[in-house]
Design a protein around this ligand. Structure first.
Ligand SMILES: C[S@@+](CC[C@H](N)C(=O)[O-])C[C@H]1O[C@@H](n2cnc3c(N)ncnc32)[C@H](O)[C@@H]1O
Length: 183
């Protein structure tokens, strides 16, 4: 597990307080993110989809979907359907535009909202690029809401004492796979 991508992201977010303040004092309500936006590199996206064995019958949810790249790539490369959830309206707009550019708008849905409150029961695959404590906070919901057999794939961060079924290195990144057990 490496915290380096997060540290880079946090350094980036500290660099733009003036912009954030401007947005908050004009029309936009402040967005309460649990994690900053840091995109997963394309090679790591491909590794996550492979590790989770995503195929045409899958419904993949990316919780904290950013610019939509994981869901869009899954749909484009495998024929799956996809849902992205992000709390930041700007990310949702970007993801919808990216889906349009990729020609997959009819098979993806991007929902603005809190991932902790998202309705994820029809997922067969869930992807995450969050933070260790956010993964841990999300773990009970994943175990409660997801069907047994659903695969969960995470970029960079594990789930504490829930041991992964598989881990893999892609470049400098580690990716993790779990399968939701029988209730
Ligand atoms: C590290 S980025 C990952 C983006 C994308 N999944 C990827 O791997 O390229 C985390 C994303 O989570 C979103 N996010 C943070 N807290 C959230 C929350 N409570 N509910 C939904 N999205 C959230 C952020 O806006 C950001 O886009």
């Amino acid at each position: 597990m490496t915290r380096r991508p997060l540290l880079i992201a946090l350094a980036g977010s500290i660099a733009v307080p003036a912009l954030t303040l401007h947005a908050q004092t004009t029309t936009d309500a402040p967005v309460r993110r649990d994690v900053p936006f840091v995109p997963t590199p394309d090679k790591v996206v491909a590794g996550m989809l492979k590790l989770a064995n995503v195929g045409a019958k899958d419904v993949i949810y990316d919780l904290g979907s950013g610019d939509g790249r994981i869901v869009i790539s899954a749909v484009k490369e495998t024929g799956a359907r996809g849902v992205g959830v992000d709390i930041d309206p700007q990310r949702i707009s970007e993801a919808r535009e990216n889906a349009k550019q990729a020609g997959v708008s009819d098979r993806v849905k991007f929902i603005q909202g809190d991932l902790f409150k998202a309705d994820i029961g029809d997922a067969t695959v869930v992807s995450l690029y969050l933070l260790p404590d956010v993964n841990m906070k999300l773990r009970p919901k994943l175990l409660h809401d997801l069907k047994p057999g659903t695969r969960i794939v995470s970029h960079a961060f594990d789930m504490g004492d829930w041991k992964p079924k598989a881990t893999e290195k892609v470049g400098n990144s580690t990716i993790y796979l779990w399968v939701v057990p029988e209730k």
